[in-house]
Unconditional design. Sequence first.
Length: 441
Amino acid sequence: MLAAMPPPAISSPASSGAPSSRGRGDACPGALRLHRADDGALARVRVPGGLLTDTRATALGSAAESLGDGEVHLTSRGNVQLRGLRPDCGAELAERLGAAGLLPSAPHERVRNVVASPLSGLDGRGVRDVGPWLSELDALLCADDGAAELSGRFLFVLDDGRGDVDALGGDVSLLAEDSSSALLRIGTGRSVLRVPAAWAPRAALMASAAFLERASDTGAWRVSDLPGEGDGLLDLVAKRLRAAGVDVVAAGYRDAPGRSDGPGTGIVTGTSPGQAALSAGLPLGRATSAQWRALVDTARHRGRGELRLTPWRGVVVPAVERRGAAEALGALGKAGLVVAPDSPWTGVGACIGRPGCARSLADVRADAAAAAGAVGPLPVYWSGCERRCGHPRGTWVDVVAVPGGHHVSVVREGEPAVPVRVCGGPDGLAAAVAAARRAHG
């Protein structure tokens, strides 16, 4: 497999504000296509559903230490970024990742963008465990030549019925409805297709194929780029499923009851007797080598050798003995991970900022650290420029570096944000952020 991999390439950043167009080329970085940043090369390793074995997690940590800046960076899709890489390390990185099983198909390595409910099958809240869907969909993607034409931005969502990852705005989403059926959603439309649960992953792949057919005429990378946001795609998929003998029914979309924003930090109890899961956050989405080893060691020696990376830049360690869960969580806290809701890092995120990004106007990670005491119910995201790379969805506090200061606003979907300009020292900025984080009425 490794011998067939193309030589790793380094791409330059796409120009800001350029329209989505297949003529421009998909500049989304991958594990075999490195991105050139100010702090070195960057690799983005797709981790479908955020699921990592301890062996694969160790391989990522080792690559970060020996080839990059030593840190493991999580993305808003539960993928891993390795930063500060040497420009000439591409072949060695590909060999390391391939040997660990992180590159099952070179042509598909950038399109394996699948998020799944991180606590599915662990806490008893979801309608069903979407783990089997995840395994099947990833296998189908890697085996389908046409799927390799999807962009590195295209997103599959597998929601177990609790409504957490459904809120992330997938291009193709499967929502567990009950033990026998799933709802297929394309884009963010209000129509869905009820399909048999056993057919759900194949229906999702068919939906992506239908998107590609439409995208070939429009140059779209994502469903939202299509005229009418993919009107008619759901009908086309329904027609093809019925032709295959599958009983499908059109339905209306409804938000999941008890919709959540992802797992909180701490101990997660569930339905397995004597077991629990640990949920920890990574400050600003980064784990030092020591913190990453602490997570891997906990999964290996306390759990079943598994980590689940979340789209909220956290990590879940399943199947920890309940009687030792508090001690294990405390050890992660001592390593500097976020393990309690009252941590000053809870709900705080930031892009890479200076000096890693040439577009950034500020060292926003340092700004976020200086204002870490500005706690409140709303999450806050710090951006070094107007692009807001990696920002969350829903309602959040938006802090953007601008010439001479920052703009602070509360973003609510469907409502225009009204920024407040803050200039001067860190105390004034912290006060403005704290006030915004409490503005949740």
